[in-house]
Write a protein that binds this ligand. Structure first.
Ligand code: FBP
Length: 549
């Protein structure tokens, strides 16, 4: 079962970070003397008869007998990397050792499929030592695999029983935590003692609700991207010749873009949820950006910084409709998909597909540059769906803005010179050294998970709240997974899934942004946050996301 780790070389900063002691909230200091009191009762959900009576649990201090038997716990990392994942492992490991020195921790390898396949390694003090406060998920790897089929559920149950696990920690986003709820339900039905606990992870920041203030990894990713945006803005104002179109990761919601905008003050930041609310099309947004370019040109400015959330493409009404039509037309089982595959030249593919589109979809498709048309037609997932996250939206916007400006030039409405530079801030924000906030937060999430497992709670997400206060004052709760569910259509059927939180247009952070953005449009108020700091004044090293303030 053992997998040997490569001998990675650590930089001086990585070595220094190994020595960092994450701050622990008072309530989680003495993990052997905590228990839970019942908090708010949540609504029950039919699909989860076993766990749907779970109330919210609040961690409280309580004198308890020492644990007589060691704990055996499994843990898995699921989905995209997010800074701090290793600290969930070390927080969990340290806490189960404090609860009983013979407790053991097993890490399932390369994502959820490691559970049914029984692929794991034991996580010991020595093994985890080089991962403390480090980025990445490489201690055990991650994956986007799921436990879905009845056979996989049976196999997962077998693994947990064979390893005699008291608890299983699933560190992931909305889908993985939905999976955690199903596993918890299934284990209870089958009389299996393994508690299933979820941990909120994703740089996208869309795993938020009344109990979850933010997912881990969001703070570090936004700080990394904000550093780049600040530097690019400084370049823009120095060279005065480029418009930078910066696409920011975030599969669907625009939380990352909003946070980075508040940090750096670009000339324009698109917020997908607002675009959807206003039912705007690609042409509408192109025209809005062209207005900005013209207005800045009138002030003698031929440069600027524009932030684009990765997910915006699916919020533009015309593109959304186009994607829907293409997905239906090119479903893998369909005849058009096969016919298209047989056509080798790109122009032939276009000739084939265009007549099949509705008039509206056709005119939207024809607006796209050929590179992008290719991304819509060729880069498709195994079900034949357009791979939205692969579409180079930053190039798409440069193209449509150029077209719009060209029309305005012909009409004598614009006389400037526009040069767009595409930039993508993505993967570099996921596996980096975690900020102090994420290092502390994740360590606490690991400790709280140990407490939930020790008290045999199942079907919960570990939730640390009061995050805008100093770490010592953070609170800890067990948030019932079933209460986070909403019904969504999956493969034509309504299924309970943990709801993704989009940017709330009435939230304080969005309101703050709308108050300031007019000022940022024409005047240059760029702020340069610089790199994440680990040493120095508290207000800098321990800063938290602005949207939490
Ligand atoms: P998770 O939701 O799994 O944390 O991943 C989020 C994310 O980083 C998105 O921001 C991005 O669109 C996607 O993953 C990229 O996925 P992949 O790693 O498969 O390219």
């Amino acid at each position: 079962m053992d997998e040997k780790k490569d001998n990675q070389e650590l930089s001086p900063l990585q070595k220094a970070r190994l020595k960092y002691s994450p701050k622990i909230p008072q309530i989680l200091q003495n993990i052997s003397a905590v228990s839970f009191e019942i908090g708010d009762q949540s609504l029950s959900v039919d699909s989860f008869p076993q766990i749907s009576l779970n109330p919210q649990l609040r961690l409280i201090s309580q004198d308890l007998e020492t644990l007589s038997k060691p704990l055996r716990v499994g843990v898995v990392l699921s989905g995209g990397q997010a800074a701090g994942g290793h600290n969930v492992l070390t927080g969990l490991f340290d806490a189960v050792q404090e609860l009983h020195p013979e407790s053991r921790l097993f890490g399932f390898l390369n994502g959820p499929s490691g559970i049914p396949k029984k692929k794991y390694i034991e996580l010991t003090k020595e093994y985890l030592a080089p991962f403390r406060n480090q980025g990445g998920f490489d201690a055990i790897g991650s994956g986007r695999t799921k436990i879905e089929t009845p056979d996989q559920f049976e196999e997962a149950l077998k693994t947990c029983q064979e390893l005699d696990l008291d608890g299983l920690l699933i560190i992931g986003g909305d889908d993985s935590n939905t999976n955690a709820a199903h596993l918890a339900e299934f284990f209870l039905e089958r009389g299996c003692k393994t508690s299933v606990i979820g941990v909120p992870k994703t740089i996208d920041g869309d795993l938020q609700n009344e109990n979850i203030e933010i997912s881990f990894g969001f703070d570090t990713a936004c700080k990394i991207y904000s550093e780049t945006i600040g530097n690019i803005a400084r370049d823009a104002i120095s060279a005065k010749k480029y418009y930078y179109f910066i696409k920011l990761m975030g599969r669907s919601a625009s939380h990352v873009t909003l946070e980075c905008a508040l940090n750096t003050h670009p000339n324009l930041a698109l917020i997908a949820e607002e675009i959807q609310e206003n039912k705007e099309t690609l042409v509408d947004v192109a025209s809005m950006i062209a207005d900005l370019v013209v207005a800045r040109n009138e002030q003698g400015k031929e440069y600027g910084v524009i932030l684009i959330p990765e997910g915006v493409i699916e919020f533009l009404s015309d593109i959304k409709a186009l994607i829907k039509e293409l997905n239906l037309l090119l479903a893998t089982s369909g005849v058009h998909s096969k016919n298209l595959e047989e056509l080798h030249s790109f122009s032939k593919k276009i000739e084939y597909i265009v007549p099949l589109l509705s008039e509206a979809a056709k005119s939207c498709f024809m607006l796209l540059p050929s590179l992008l048309q290719g991304q819509f037609l060729i880069d498709r997932d195994p079900h034949g769906n357009v791979q939205v996250s692969k579409i180079e939206t930053e190039r798409l916007f440069i193209h449509v803005v150029e077209e719009e400006l060209c029309k305005r030039r012909k009409r004598g409405e614009y006389h400037g010179s526009f040069s767009g530079q595409p930039i993508f801030c993505g993967y570099e924000g996921r596996a980096c050294l975690p900020s102090n906030f994420d290092a502390d937060y994740c360590y606490s999430l690991g400790r709280l998970s140990a407490a939930l497992i020790r008290h045999q709670k199942t079907g919960y997400m570990a939730a640390i709240t009061n995050l805008n206060k100093p770490a010592a004052l953070w609170k800890a709760i067990g948030a019932p997974l079933h209460a986070m569910m909403g019904l969504e259509s999956r493969n034509g059927k309504l299924k309970p899934v943990i709801k993704k939180a989009l940017v709330n247009l009435t939230s304080g952070s969005f309101q703050q942004f709308t108050k300031l953005r007019e000022l940022w449009r024409l005047q240059d108020h760029y702020a340069q946050p610089g790199p994440i700091q680990f040493f120095g004044p508290k207000e800098i090293v321990d800063s938290i996301p602005l949207s939490l303030q």
